[in-house]
Write a protein that binds this ligand. Structure first.
Ligand SMILES: *Cc1c(COP(=O)(O)O)cnc(C)c1O
Length: 420
């Protein structure tokens, strides 16, 4: 029975039968969240990987306020505006060289859908029958039907399996098994119908913060290029400094054919996404024949307020955010290092500003019983951490202090003591 006081809201990735008490947040500032009952919570996961500079960064807030008074929505077919033009121009200066066009949308999932449609549209329009997508085991690219199709099959999407399209999957390049991955990619690329390979560069996020080195990314790009298979980099999570460089692909000196950026694009303030592509892909749609148009739009494509927030984010990147991520990466390394010798944990790892470690538990995987227990333990310590099963990861906003991090890692050690 639903009582009168009960909220009608159905929350994402939330099992209401087990967890029906939502933490009510009234304010955010920097790395902190403030609750309705006056607690201060350290946001150790950047509110689901989106908040980069910090909550309510004043420069971004001002940009949103100013733009909201000027122009807050405009149809983007046949129209344009300064915030979008400036974001696109700036992005192309920062993104890997060779990407020349920018398509706006409003979420990471949509940016991936757009990437897949660009890839298939490219082959279709140049009259080549290539339709198969190659994916990596444990990948996550979003929760729409198309992005679930290219993501890991499992508990997240079991019920929808009849809707999902068929893909070719290659194993994750676990340490010592990199060649197996590369061989599998080469075999998949060799098939006549291979259209594109989509991958999260350097870190597979929702799949468990699984990390692999830049050398493997570089090799995967080389193989795709050798077989003319389009290389799609899903940098929705890895973009905006998380891996230590602005974009993960930089570390391998790789220019993808198509790249997806979202989450930190507005500093985590408003929903916005972009899909960048090489000119060949745009050109394949460029024609006096209207049937070759790229048929994709969202109502809020390139919303001016979201674009103004993105422009402010790009300005912050020109004002030393890179130094901030470097010092955060160094702090993270200092604090994660002791866990490498701690027998209660395994796979202790770091790439850039992100650390992760697996608590040894009797069961693993996303539904591991330890997951919700860990989350509740951290919540009692006023920390927002949301382990993926037995994998604990720390991905804070860049304004986090060393004292905050010390508190986070002390809680992780205590959790192992109490719960393992
Ligand atoms: C979060 C995420 C997405 C989906 O982004 P949404 O904005 O949640 O739709 C896609 N790809 C990766 C790698 C992600 O981490």
């Amino acid at each position: 029975m639903i009582s009168a006081q009960k909220s009608p809201i159905w929350h994402p990735f939330t099992q209401h039968a087990l967890h029906d008490q939502m933490t009510r947040i009234v304010r955010g500032e920097g790395a902190y969240l403030y609750t309705a009952d006056d607690r201060r919570i350290i946001d150790a996961i950047a509110s689901w990987w989106v908040v980069t500079h910090g909550h309510c960064h004043p420069h971004i807030v001002r940009a949103i306020q100013n733009q909201a008074e000027q122009l807050n929505q405009i149809i983007f077919a046949g129209h344009t505006h300064d915030p979008a033009e400036e974001v696109a121009a700036q992005l192309l200066k920062l993104a890997p060289r060779g990407l020349e066009y920018v398509f706006f949308s409003d979420s990471g999932s949509t940016s991936v859908e757009v990437a897949l449609k660009m890839a298939l549209g490219y082959w279709h329009n140049i009259g080549v029958s290539r339709t198969r997508i190659i994916v990596m085991q444990h990948s996550y690219h979003g929760d729409t039907v198309g992005t679930m199709s290219v993501g890991a099959r499992g508990v997240f999407n079991k019920a929808y399996e009849p809707l999902l399209f068929d893909v070719a999957s290659i194993p994750f390049p676990a340490a010592g098994h990199e060649q197996t991955t590369l061989d599998a990619l080469e075999a998949a690329c060799r098939t006549e119908t291979a259209a594109a390979f989509i991958v999260e560069p350097l870190i597979l996020g929702a799949g468990g913060m699984l990390m692999y080195p830049p050398s493997v990314l570089k090799e995967m790009k080389r193989i795709c290029q050798a077989y003319d298979v389009l290389f799609i980099a899903d940098e929705v999570m890895t973009g905006w400094g998380r891996t230590g460089t602005l974009f993960a692909c930089e570390q391998s000196d790789v220019t993808p054919d198509i790249a997806c950026y979202s989450k930190g694009l507005t500093g985590g303030s408003l929903p916005l996404a972009v899909t960048l592509c090489r000119p060949e892909i745009f050109d394949a749609h460029y024609s006096s024949d209207r049937s070759r148009t790229f048929f994709h739009s969202s109502s809020y494509t390139a919303n001016p307020v979201a674009c103004a927030a993105a422009r402010a984010n790009l300005e912050l990147w020109q004002r030393g955010t890179g130094e901030r991520t470097a010092s955060l990466a160094a702090m993270q390394e200092r604090l994660i290092a002791p866990f490498r010798a701690d027998a209660r944990f395994e796979n202790v790892r770091r790439t850039g500003t992100i650390t992760a470690l697996d608590l040894k538990a009797s069961d693993a995987g996303y539904l591991a019983g330890i997951g919700p227990k860990l989350q509740a333990f951290f919540a009692r310590r006023n920390l927002l951490l949301r382990p993926l099963g037995n994998t604990i990861y720390v991905m804070p906003p860049y304004g986090v202090t060393e004292a905050d991090l010390v508190e986070i890692y002390a809680a992780i050690a205590d959790a192992a003591e109490e719960l393992a």
